[in-house]
Design a protein around this ligand. Structure first.
Ligand code: MRU
Length: 339
């Protein structure tokens, strides 16, 4: 487990997730534009970490601002907010973080120094909250886990996707810390291999038993009874669906077919009940992510490619969501949304 992002004297330090597990490189980001670029390139990724990085990006703008009056300061901040908003459209945590920082700025009275201090303090608070909230997700989620369970996860919803403790992997970590002897199966997660590169990396580092499979093996391992629970994270949970890394939907349907519970672990900042699945923009990424593995080209030049980064799992496939305030079955969720 690692603290993935740090703020020190107007500089943000974070791990470049594109080069893991081969190299552990820490990058220094000094402007909000640099943070935005790191988000686009997925050096920083995972919904909760994207949220905190967004807050830190805006805190960088505040810290380095030379504005002499409130109007100019707010103009700079809103421009930076727009730059970040245009990086990745799907994870709601990004928009949640922009709104929270802008709200804090608008509410804060006093001079520019006061404003700067309030924004930086809010960003630091959001990072600490992320750790705390994910620990609570872990505690609640661990009540669902039995000694001997084998859990399948997709993508990386671990320490690296958050400030420290993970969401889906928070549940795994908490159960492990309670002494439950569990095992994890990790889908490799094409095209960017967050499962193979990141989930496996962090679980092995924490000595939690993990077996790597390619995405198309999930059905086989389920049909053979090799796993008995699925836990994934989420980029956005809307009224009728869970939006998460491409491939999640297939895993959920397979779990349903094999009578395996399918859980989604996510903080309340990932919930967006003002929207339904049809309202959400699914990020379409560079075709080269599909035609290449690393620097190796694997498809004929000029092939037409589709590369949606996320998919939509209808709520009927979700057994329950695990949040910092407890476990909510999808049936209860439906009732709450009706009321
Ligand atoms: O494209 P990514 O790597 O940012 O996508 C990450 C995921 O889909 C994760 O499962 C999700 O953000 C949950 S992270 C706790």
């Amino acid at each position: 487990m690692v603290r993935t992002i740090e703020w020190r004297d107007g500089v943000v330090y974070t791990i470049d997730q594109t080069v893991l597990p081969k190299k552990e490189v820490w990058i220094e980001l000094k402007t909000c534009e640099q943070v935005a670029q790191a988000l686009k390139e997925m050096k920083i990724r995972g919904a909760p970490l994207i949220g905190v990085a967004t807050a830190y990006g805006l805190a960088l703008t505040a810290y380095h601002s030379k504005a002499l009056n409130r109007k100019d300061f707010m103009c700079e901040l809103e421009f930076a907010a727009e730059t970040i908003r245009n990086t990745r459209p799907t994870a709601v945590n990004l928009f949640w973080a922009v709104d929270r920082i802008l709200k804090k700025a608008r509410e804060t009275r006093g001079g520019i120094d006061n404003l700067k201090k309030a924004i930086i303090t809010e960003a630091l608070r959001m990072a600490d909250e992320d750790v705390e909230v994910n620990r609570r997700i872990g505690k609640h989620g661990a009540t669902l886990i039995n000694d001997g369970d084998v859990i399948l996860t997709h993508c990386n919803a671990g320490s690296l996707a958050t400030v420290e403790y993970g969401t889906a992997l928070a549940v795994v970590r908490a159960a492990w810390e309670e002494g439950k002897r569990i095992k994890v199966f990790a889908d490799e997660t094409r095209p960017l291999l967050q499962g193979a590169r990141l989930t496996v990396f962090e679980l092995m580092r924490d000595n939690i038993p993990v077996t790597l499979i390619t995405d198309n093996m999930a059905g086989y391992v389920m049909s053979k009874g090799l796993i008995n629970k699925v836990i994934v994270g989420a980029d956005r949970i809307v009224r009728d669906a869970v939006i998460n890394k491409i491939g999640t939907y297939a895993v959920a349907v397979l779990a349903h077919e094999n009578n395996i519970p399918f859980y989604v672990a996510a903080p309340s900042s990932t919930f967006d009940f003002s929207k339904s699945a049809k309202d959400v923009v699914i990020e379409e990424r560079n075709p080269e992510e599909v035609t290449r593995i690393g620097t190796e080209t694997i498809a004929p030049e000029g092939v037409q490619v589709m590369n949606p980064a996320f998919d939509i799992t209808p709520m009927r496939y979700v057994t329950a969501v695990i949040r910092e305030d407890g476990i909510i079955t999808s049936k209860e969720l439906k009732e709450r949304l009706k009321g």
